[in-house]
Design a protein. Structure first.
Lengths: 250, 163
């Protein structure tokens, strides 16, 4: 059981760590100052949530690893994030469309986790769900603004949606880890989240005058440590300081 | 004699590093204190997951108690129930306003997931009191604040987000 819970917590932590890092790449590059600040805030929330989940993962594992060790000293194949989240940040439309698709999914996942029998996990989820609500609202506002905006912004938003969509299949794939933690009342089996997710996502896409893509699911395997060519590069960037100065303290 | 009340009194000296107008007890971060013999255990609940002030606050709570002669200090973090701006005291809300930060309203309860207009509550300007204000962004200089501006006195200001 604790092995499954450890894996499950890594997934929760790695999703937020990787997306948080991708969002942080916008810091200083946002299209307007307010948006630069907003994306950095999203990055901060996600990284903070990642730290809480990874710290808990380390505790459950019981080998003395803390959040920093898990974040900076694991290699690509040991990361358990969804592949969608490691793709390069792309243009602003892609960043917002991805954030929107993820935050909508994450909302229902976190709501489910608020019923967890694991007290710490339940508490972290209850905090994260509040932050996630801001992310979802912010990203959905942008999806509508871009989709229902100019000809170019519409085109870019549709292209972003077309690019991101095939990767969302991985949101709902469940394996033994999910089934074990769900059976124990500790975690949520993501395979049941699709109807709720679709109802929000389809509504916003419609209001954004965009079209729901009808494309098959892409390769998957992020939960097993199989990743795109992009994650390794991202980790090199993210981990270089910690690995150059092992054990450094502020 | 170290009592819980005395500990809370000492903790009023610890200001929020990002909003030094109010202290960590008024902000609702300190959830309780237990005195057992020589040991003082302070329980805290962080505001936002990624708030960089959290570590500083824990450190300063410990330092404040040590300054007052408590050698054995334990700072414990609990996540449940999650922090809410509803825990900020009335006095602290007034201090925020005087400091130039519009205090939070009641934390939203219902689901307003993809509302395209955002929160509809009017935020009164902390400088002139006008309710003719607009929200510029839901995200501000720290995780806990949003950016607004006043159409009456033309003053940009921050608002402590209700969460």
């Amino acid at each position: 059981m604790s092995q499954a819970l450890f894996e499950y917590l890594l997934r929760l932590g790695d999703d937020r760590l990787v997306l948080g890092h991708r969002n942080a790449e916008w810091c200083g590059h946002g299209p307007i100052l307010e948006e630069d600040i907003a994306i950095s805030n999203l990055a901060l929330d996600l990284t903070g949530e990642a730290q809480l989940f990874l710290e808990l993962a380390g505790k459950v594992e019981g080998l003395g690893r803390d959040a920093d060790q898990l974040a900076y000293w694991r290699d690509e194949t040991q990361f358990r994030n969804l592949q969608l989240l490691e793709l390069p940040k792309g243009d602003f439309a892609f960043t917002m469309v991805r954030q929107f698709l993820f935050s909508a999914w994450s909302h229902f996942l976190l709501e489910g986790l608020m019923q967890s029998k694991h007290e710490d996990l339940k508490g972290i989820a209850a905090k994260a769900v509040k932050e996630n609500r801001y992310h979802l609202r912010h990203a959905s506002e942008w999806v509508v603004r871009l989709g229902d905006g100019t000809e170019e912004s519409h085109q870019r938003a549709q292209a972003a949606l077309d690019q991101a969509w095939p990767w969302t299949g991985e949101f709902f794939l469940a394996d033994d880890v999910d089934r074990v933690v769900a059976a124990e009342g500790l975690g949520v089996n993501p395979s049941g989240l699709r109807p709720q997710w679709e109802s929000i996502v389809n509504d916003v896409i419609r209001r954004a005058t965009l079209t729901v893509p009808n494309t098959p699911m892409r390769m998957v395997g992020g939960r097993k440590g199989r990743h795109t060519e992009y994650l390794g590069h991202m980790l090199a960037d993210m981990q270089i300081v910690a690995r150059s100065h092992p054990g450094a303290k502020w | 004699m170290v009592t819980t009340d005395w500990v809370m009194e000492v903790l009023h000296e610890v200001k929020d590093p990002e909003v030094p107008a109010i202290d960590v007890v008024e902000l609702g971060i300190v959830r309780g204190a237990v005195v057992e013999g020589e040991r003082v255990t302070v329980t805290v609940t962080p505001t936002y997951s990624g708030c960089p002030a959290t570590k500083v606050i824990e450190f300063e709570i410990e330092s404040a108690l040590r300054r007052h002669g408590v050698a054995d200090v334990v700072v414990k973090t609990i996540f449940n129930p999650p922090w809410t701006t509803d825990w900020i005291t009335e006095e602290a809300r007034e201090k925020l306003r005087v400091y130039g930060i519009a205090p939070p309203g009641k934390a939203p309860q219902g689901l307003d997931l993809v509302s395209l207009s955002g929160p509809t509550r009017t935020i009164p300007c902390p400088y002139c009191g006008s309710s003719n204000t607009v929200r510029e962004s839901e995200f501000g200089s720290t995780a806990c604040k949003s950016i607004h501006s006043c159409k009456s006195c033309h003053q940009p200001f921050e608002h402590f987000k209700a969460i």
